[in-house]
Design a protein around this ligand. Structure first.
Ligand code: KIV
Length: 304
């Protein structure tokens, strides 16, 4: 019997645009594996991002910089399989990681194609503004939709001097608006606005025909994206200001595992209902190759 859920109508780039036009908010979340993908799909998200935030959320790095294209392909394929198991409605986007698109447009096109062909994403996301219009054009021309990402761009953490809110003065705000318009003109179908003032996000959103997806950009955007581990409160030592814990998942997991440890040590787990039983079976001693062990026979199924 198949465990696949009946296919649902997939959210396409056109549907996302329709949602903006209709004023329907877009709910997006990151996921990095099939289990998470199944859960977020069952919860009804419109879009899933396999973000290079997996460098921090999954791999234990302190930045996104070490994440490789091979790893993005690997995680994106897992997420795609998970989404398919839940009917495949959510739009799936894969991040182009640091080093996969900056050196040349050829690299960028090949990287985007790998994510589509090998992992099955519907679109790729890349960080950068007006400097990346040629890269965006080439990838779109190759048939792959591109989501832009401006404001705080974690792959440029060293250039920005840390993970700091962007666009707070008028020159920087003006540049972000220019970047957004340049990306739209180059063919992006949506743009992530990360950690910029809500007032600026409102202006950018009102001046674009394509949807904006905010993270740390306030409410006046067309949709929101949150990192899975932030949404669930899985990291007990880190909560960015813009992230809301919709559950205290870290506390839940820690306490559940502590309860398991307690029951193993206290001999209350496994209980009878977790154990298998058979009718009594007489066993003869098994031949032993290790001469340190005494042969043991016994009666299986007899009370111990
Ligand atoms: O990598 C990521 O998860 C992202 C989101 C924060 C937008 O780029």
């Amino acid at each position: 019997m198949s465990t696949q859920t009946a296919p649902k109508k997939r959210v396409t780039i056109h549907e996302l645009r329709r949602m903006k036009d209709a004023g329907d908010k877009i709910a997006m979340v990151t996921a990095y594996d099939a289990t998470a993908a199944r859960l977020v799909a069952a919860a009804g998200v419109d879009a899933v991002l396999v973000g290079d935030s997996l460098g921090m959320a999954v791999q234990g790095h302190d930045s996104t910089l070490p994440v490789t294209l091979d790893q993005m392909v690997y995680h994106s394929a897992m997420v795609r399989r998970g989404l398919e198991r839940e009917g495949g409605r959510a739009h799936l986007v894969g991040d182009l990681p640091f080093g996969s698109y900056q050196a040349s447009t050829d690299d960028a096109v090949k990287a985007a194609m790998r994510l589509v062909a090998e992992a099955g994403v519907q679109a790729v996301k890349l960080e950068g503004g007006a400097d990346y219009v040629e890269v965006v054009r080439r990838i779109v021309r190759a048939g792959v939709p591109v989501m832009g990402h401006i404001g705080l761009t974690p792959q440029s953490v060293h250039k920005m001097g840390g993970y700091v809110v962007q666009g707070k003065d008028s020159d920087k705000a003006q540049q972000i608006l220019r970047d957004a318009r340049a990306l739209e003109a180059a063919g992006c179908y949506a743009i992530v606005l990360e950690c910029i003032p809500a007032e600026l996000a409102r202006i950018v959103t009102s001046q674009l025909r394509i949807p904006t997806i905010g993270i740390g950009a306030g409410p006046h955007v067309d949709g929101q994206v949150l990192v899975y581990t932030d949404l669930l409160g899985l990291d007990l030592s880190f909560t960015p200001k813009f992230a809301k814990h919709f559950a205290e998942g870290g506390v839940l997991v820690r306490d559940a595992v502590a309860a398991y440890v307690g029951e193993v040590k206290g001999r209350t787990f496994p209980a009878d209902e977790h154990s298998f039983h058979s009718a009594p079976v007489r066993l003869v001693p098994a031949p032993v190759e290790d001469d340190h062990e005494e042969p043991q026979g016994g009666v299986m199924g007899a009370p111990i």
